[in-house]
Design a protein around this ligand. Structure first.
Ligand SMILES: NC(=O)c1ccc[n+]([C@@H]2O[C@H](COP(=O)([O-])OP(=O)(O)OC[C@H]3O[C@@H](n4cnc5c(N)ncnc54)[C@H](OP(=O)(O)O)[C@@H]3O)[C@@H](O)[C@H]2O)c1
Length: 337
């Protein structure tokens, strides 16, 4: 049963009905400093209790650790949880820094079996291509993903960091339920081509990093404040002069939060939820947190409505952000648009 406080939305024409805010599980294993398994597992339970049903992981998060971590929770609540995982970013145990984008059918067939094994389930509800390798024809990759649906290993298909043209091409091969790409007050590249394409096709949008990887919440002002191995230290917009300039851009977020008696995180999330009305498509953001207190704060934002004057204050922010989303923008949809 979905909690009445969290509305529901359908992913694609015939995809699952999910709570309109999902939970990103990535930080429970890697990328954002020290992890806390006990609190992470309690956060998963609290999310389900709050009406969150879409849980987001990927095979590359912690090189399989994240799927293994959440597997028992998924199995214990199999009829309520919609589990989304991803393939395409290959890692190697012997070389922690190694990354390669793989879209070839043979790789996909091996990846899905490994994810099913780590999650301990017999079907994945939503299976995303995490990154696009333009060297492999899209029809070949999506064709291989469609075969997984026919084989009963996967229920629905998704794509991450694709262009509008790629989404249309893939959707013609097999219906795509959801596109997952970065979308926030700070990151609006997707509005150029993939958002209009998704709206036109009836594909749901699942914004990742809707809190700007935590920067929009004010929990850090410069990545220098974060642990030495924190991934955000590599992201150009969170360091040095860029971080200082970008923190100043958050002034309207802070002002709206103070006026409305909510937190900056809630303002940032409400903005993302409201993209559904602005762009005429289903939007299910997946903020990531490992803490029950933040989970409650974030889900409360799903029904917070920003007024037109507040939206107008936030409108120019993304255009002024200094620094890219990633140290290299290769493999993002921006490079191919
Ligand atoms: N498809 C892709 O390429 C891709 C890329 C990145 C992420 N993702 C997915 O999207 C999910 C969400 O993105 P994300 O985790 O990168 O970024 P995010 O949701 O924008 O931000 C997460 C960060 O914000 C902190 N946080 C969460 N709620 C907060 C609150 N209310 N107040 C203050 N801080 C708060 C979290 O810390 P705590 O955990 O300590 O609360 C964490 O450090 C990931 O978990 C992952 O599943 C997908």
């Amino acid at each position: 049963m979905t909690h009445p406080a969290l509305p529901t939305a359908r992913l694609g024409a015939d995809g699952p009905l999910v709570g309109v805010q999902g939970l990103g599980c990535m930080g429970m294993s890697e990328f954002y400093g020290p992890t806390d398994t006990t609190e992470s597992l309690a956060t998963l339970d609290a999310a389900l209790e709050a009406g969150v049903t879409l849980f987001d992981t990927a095979d590359m998060y912690g090189s399989g650790h994240n799927e293994e971590l959440i597997g028992p929770f998924v199995r214990a609540n199999r009829d309520r949880v919609v589990i989304a995982t991803k393939f395409a970013i290959e890692r190697r145990a012997e070389d922690p820094g190694y990354r390669a984008v793989r879209n070839d059918p043979e790789y996909i067939r091996g990846a899905v079996d490994a994810s099913l094994r780590r999650l301990g389930v017999d079907v994945i509800d939503l299976y995303y291509m995490h990154r696009r390798d333009p060297a492999v024809p899209l029809a070949e990759s999506v064709g291989a993903m469609a075969e997984l649906v026919r084989a009963g290993k996967v229920r629905h298909l998704g794509l991450s960091e694709v262009t509008g043209a790629e989404l249309r091409e893939a959707h013609a091969v097999h219906p795509i339920a959801a596109v997952q790409s970065e979308w926030s007050v700070f990151s609006r590249d997707v509005e150029r081509s993939v958002v209009p394409a998704a709206a036109g096709l009836g594909v749901a949008f699942v914004p990742y990093s809707p809190l700007g990887r935590g920067f929009l919440t004010g929990s850090f002002q410069d990545a220098e404040q974060l642990p030495a191995d924190d991934f955000r230290r590599t992201q150009p917009r969170f360091t040095g002069a860029n971080a200082k300039a970008n923190d100043a851009l958050l002034e309207p977020v802070r002002r709206i939060a103070a006026d409305r008696g909510v937190t900056p995180a809630q303002v940032a999330l409400a903005w993302v939820h409201q993209r559904a009305q602005v762009h005429g498509l289903t939007v299910v953001p997946i903020p990531g947190t490992r803490k029950r207190t933040r989970l409650a704060e974030n889900t409360a934002a799903a029904t917070l409505e920003l007024h037109p004057a507040e939206l107008a204050l936030l409108e120019p922010v993304a255009g002024e952000v200094a620094g890219d989303r990633y140290p290299s923008m290769a493999n993002t949809q921006v490079e191919r648009e």
